[in-house]
Design a binder for this molecule. Structure first.
Ligand SMILES: Cc1cc2nc3c(=O)[nH]c(=O)nc-3n(C[C@H](O)[C@H](O)[C@H](O)COP(=O)(O)OP(=O)(O)OC[C@H]3O[C@@H](n4cnc5c(N)ncnc54)[C@H](O)[C@@H]3O)c2cc1C
Length: 479
C-alpha cells in the first residue's frame, strides 16, 4: 500500500502522528501533499506574514521529507470548496490507498475533511485522521457529568490527571524510517503566493522545524525557570516566541510539554510539582489546549458568535474613526499604540499587550471584539483561530472563563506596572522617546506647552468615563 500524508497545520517530520502512522502502514512508499489554497486563507483572514512563514516552513519540510525518501507534492485549489477534489485526485494519481492527516477542529475544516472522506470512500480509499494539533483530543477530558469544561482551572486539573492516568505523561513519537522510493519528484515550493506578500522581513522569523527545536531548547535552558517572573514584561525577552511555530506545526505541543517536563526532571509529577517557571509555561500550553477544546465543544464560537449568547445583546460602537486609529496605533494611549506598532512591524504581539489592546478596543472604545479578532488574524504571524478567538472573547467578557465585565484593565496602570521604565514604548513610538519614565505612560498629563511640542495624538476617549460606560452597558444585559 502507498500512503498519502496530507499536510495542513503540522509542517514537520518529527513527532507528526499522521506521518508516523503512514510510514508504518505503507510498504510501497509515502508521498506528502500540501494544498496551496488562497481562497481558504483569505476566508480565514490569514496574514501575509503568516502565509510567508508557512511557505518558508514548507521549503524546510520538503528537504526534511526528501531525506526520508518522501516527495512533497504541491497542488493548488483556488476556492475552499475545491480542496476535497484536489486531494482525492492526488491520491488517485499517485496510486495511494489511504490518506493520512492530522485533525483540525474548526467547523469549515471538519466539513472539508468529511467531504474528503466521502470522495475517497467512493473511490475505495480510506482517510485516517489523528490527534496531533493538541496533546489530548477535545472531548476526551470531560466534567463529572460528561460535559465539556468551560472554566480553565478545573479543565487543567482534569487534563493533567487524565494525561497521567492514560499515558503516564506526554510521549513524543520515534523518528520515521526512510521509505521506499516512489519515483515521484518533489515539487518546487513557491516563494510567495499572489495576494499574500509579507511586509515583515523573513529574518525576523527563521522558519522550519530545526529552528523551532533550537528555540525550544534555548528557551527551556535560558529562560524557562524565570518565566513566571518575566513573562508579563513586554520589554524583556521573557517568553518563548514559539507561537508561530506551533501555529504552522513546525513544532508539536507534545514536544513542548515533553521538553518542559524533562527539564523539571526531579519532580515526581512534572506537570504539577517542580520549578514554578516551567510549571507556569506548561500551564500556558494547556490554555492552548483549552481553547481548542472550547472550539470543538462549542462550534458557535467558529461562526462569529460569542460564547455567552446573552452578550449578543450588546450594542457596540460603530465609530470607524476610533477603529482606524486603534488599527494604526494612533489612539493617544502609549502602551496601546506601542503594542499595535509591535504587531504591525513584527507580526507578533506580547501576550500582556494583546490583553491590554483588546480590552482597550472592546471596553474603552466599546468596539465589537470581532473587529479586533479579524484585524489581529490579518496581521499575526502566529494567527491561530482557537487562541485568537479565545483571547478576544476573554478580553471582551463574552467568552468562556472570561474577564468579569467589571474588571477592566486600566492601560496606564498596566503600562506603569509592566513597562515601568517605558523602554518598550520608547522602542516603538519615537515621538515619545524623549519623555521621562513617569509621563511617557500618560502624555496628556504634561503641561499644555510640553504637550503641544509632541507629535502624538490626544487620547481618543477619557479612560474613566469610557470604562464606566462599558460596565453600565454590560450590567444592563445581566441575566
Ligand atoms: C486577544 C488575544 C489574541 C491572541 N491571539 C493568539 C493567536 O492568534 N495565536 C496564538 O498562538 N496565541 C494567541 N494568543 C495567546 C498568547 O497571547 C500567545 O500565544 C502568546 O503571546 C505567544 O507568545 P509566546 O509563544 O512567546 O508564548 P509563551 O508565553 O512562551 O507560551 C508558550 C505557548 O503557550 C501558548 N499560549 C501562551 N499563552 C496563551 C494564551 N493566553 N492562550 C492560548 N495559548 C497560549 C502559545 O502556544 C505559546 O506559544 C492571544 C491572546 C490574546 C489575549
Amino acid at each position: 500500500m502507498r500512503a498519502l500524508v496530507w499536510y495542513r497545520s503540522d509542517l514537520r517530520t518529527a513527532d507528526n502522528t499522521a506521518l508516523h502512522h503512514a510510514c508504518r502502514a505503507a510498504d510501497e512508499g509515502v508521498v506528502a501533499l500540501f494544498v496551496i489554497s488562497p481562497g481558504e486563507w483569505e476566508a480565514h483572514d490569514l496574514a501575509p506574514c503568516r502565509v510567508d512563514f508557512m511557505l518558508r516552513t514548507l521549503q524546510e519540510l520538503s528537504a526534511g521529507l526528501a531525506a526520508l525518501n518522501i516527495p512533497l507534492l504541491i497542488e493548488e485549489a483556488a476556492l475552499p470548496g475545491d480542496v476535497p477534489g484536489v486531494v482525492a485526485r492526488a491520491a488517485a494519481r499517485h496510486g495511494c490507498g489511504a490518506v493520512y492527516a492530522n485533525r483540525e477542529y474548526e467547523v469549515n475544516e471538519r466539513r472539508r475533511d468529511a467531504a474528503v472522506s466521502l470522495l475517497l470512500a467512493a473511490d475505495g480509499r480510506a482517510v485516517h485522521l489523528f490527534t496531533d494539533q493538541i496533546a489530548i483530543e477535545p472531548g476526551e477530558v470531560r466534567t463529572g457529568e460528561g460535559r465539556f469544561f468551560t472554566v480553565f482551572t478545573p479543565f487543567k486539573r482534569a487534563w493533567i490527571t487524565h494525561l497521567l492516568e492514560t499515558r503516564g505523561g506526554v510521549r513524543v513519537l520515534p523518528a520515521p524510517n526512510k521509505q521506499n522510493n516512489t519515483g515521484c519528484t518533489p515539487a518546487q515550493v513557491p516563494g510567495f503566493v499572489p495576494g499574500f506578500v509579507s511586509p515583515i522581513p523573513a529574518e525576523r522569523w527563521p522558519a522550519g522545524e530545526r529552528h523551532a527545536q533550537q528555540r525550544l531548547r534555548a528557551f527551556i535552558a535560558e529562560r524557562g525557570r524565570a518565566y513566571k517572573q518575566s513573562r508579563d514584561f513586554p520589554g524583556e525577552p521573557g517568553t518563548s516566541q514559539l507561537s508561530p511555530y506551533l501555529a504552522v506545526g513546525a513544532i508539536s505541543p507534545r514536544q513542548c510539554f515533553a521538553a518542559a517536563a524533562e527539564a523539571n526532571g526531579d519532580s515526581p509529577d512534572p506537570y504539577r510539582l517542580g520549578n514554578e517557571g516551567l510549571l507556569c509555561w506548561i500551564s500556558e500550553l494547556i490554555w492552548r489546549e483549552f481553547y481548542v477544546h472550547i472550539l470543538a465543544g462549542f462550534p458557535r464560537v467558529c461562526m462569529n458568535r460569542p460564547f455567552q449568547p446573552r452578550t449578543e445583546r450588546i450594542r457596540w460602537s460603530d465609530n470607524r474613526d476610533h477603529l482606524e486609529a486603534w488599527k494604526r496605533g494612533r489612539t493617544g494611549v502609549p502602551i496601546v499604540d506601542a503594542a499595535m506598532q509591535q504587531l504591525l512591524t513584527t507580526g507578533w504581539m506580547h501576550n500582556r499587550l494583546r490583553m491590554i489592546s483588546a480590552m482597550f478596543l472592546t471596553k474603552n472604545l466599546f468596539i465589537d471584539w470581532r473587529e479586533g479578532e479579524r484585524f489581529f488574524m490579518r496581521h499575526l504571524v502566529d494567527g491561530f483561530f482557537a487562541s485568537n478567538n479565545g483571547g478576544w472573547q476573554w478580553s471582551a467578557s463574552t467568552g468562556t472563563d472570561a474577564a468579569p465585565y467589571f474588571r477592566i484593565f486600566n492601560p496606564v496602570s498596566q503600562s506603569r506596572r509592566f513597562d515601568a521604565s517605558g523602554t518598550f514604548i520608547r522602542g516603538h513610538i519615537p515621538a515619545l522617546a524623549g519623555l521621562d519614565d513617569e509621563s511617557i505612560h500618560a502624555p496628556w498629563e504634561l503641561s499644555p506647552l510640553a504637550r503641544a511640542r509632541l507629535t502624538y495624538p490626544e487620547p481618543l476617549v477619557d479612560l474613566s468615563r469610557s470604562r464606566a460606560a462599558a460596565i453600565e452597558a454590560f450590567a444592563a444585559i445581566r441575566d
